[in-house]
Design a binder for this molecule. Sequence first.
Ligand SMILES: [Zn+2]
Ligand SMILES: [Zn+2]
Length: 144
Amino acid sequence: MNKNNKKIKNKKLLFVLFRMLNFIVYLVYYDLYYYFAHRLLHSRVLYPIHKYHHNKSLSHYSDFYKIHVLEIPFTSAGLLMAIYFHKLYINQLLLCILFINIRGMICHDHKCVNIVGDHHLLHHKYYKCNYGEYWIDYIFKTVH
Ligand SMILES: [Zn+2]
Ligand SMILES: [Zn+2]
């Protein structure tokens, strides 16, 4: 391999790593924001909106989408914050949205407990724990 090919390969590798880093940044923004938004949704004032999601015993991946219409913009604003404070990379943003939706569907389905655990299902059972992803609940001591 000559020197130019190696330089091109290194640039491509850096490009891929940079894109992956943006995906992770978007996800961290979303997960952190979602955690606090979800905690607020369990407050006395906002719970009537979130109650719609908790009203049903969960068993199917599509239950992820059974939320009040007002909850959608409220919990999705984390991605807008990521774009505002970070920068917009449309491919990584779309990939992040896809990942968030697949992850959300999987964690609502009892058939996937062996794959992803029961972290979110325990939230539906006990209400006052497991508001977000495991690592955030661990940091804020809200893991069940
Ligand atoms: Zn849920
Ligand atoms: Zn909840």
